[in-house]
Unconditional design. Structure first.
Length: 99
């Protein structure tokens, strides 16, 4: 559940620069005080418009994957770091014909 001015952490890297505005097109559910729209599987691009700004591009904490077999002299250590993107939701707009 997000509203305007919320921060979202996405576990992948987007091909946009920091400070750019993007439009999120895959929206599952949107609601207000007196109604809720649920997409099956997603809502159409003409019904809902969600705009966000890229705030920061960073990496996750290192995750260590360790393999070990006793008495076999077998030790493997792998450090996994995934890219992350922080977004700030600017607006969530619903088509005026539905309100």
């Amino acid at each position: 559940k997000v509203t305007s001015e919320d921060l979202i952490l996405i576990d992948n890297e987007l091909d946009v620069a920091c400070g750019e505005r993007i439009r999120l097109e895959k929206v599952l559910l949107v609601g207000a005080d007196n109604f809720t729209l649920l997409g099956k599987p997603l809502l159409g691009k003409d019904l809902v418009r969600v705009e966000a700004t890229v705030i920061e591009k960073t990496e996750s904490w290192p995750k260590i994957n360790m393999k070990f077999q006793r008495r076999k002299n077998y030790r493997r250590k792998k450090v996994i770091v995934n890219p992350q993107t922080v977004l700030r939701v600017n607006t969530v707009e619903i088509a005026p014909c539905l309100c």
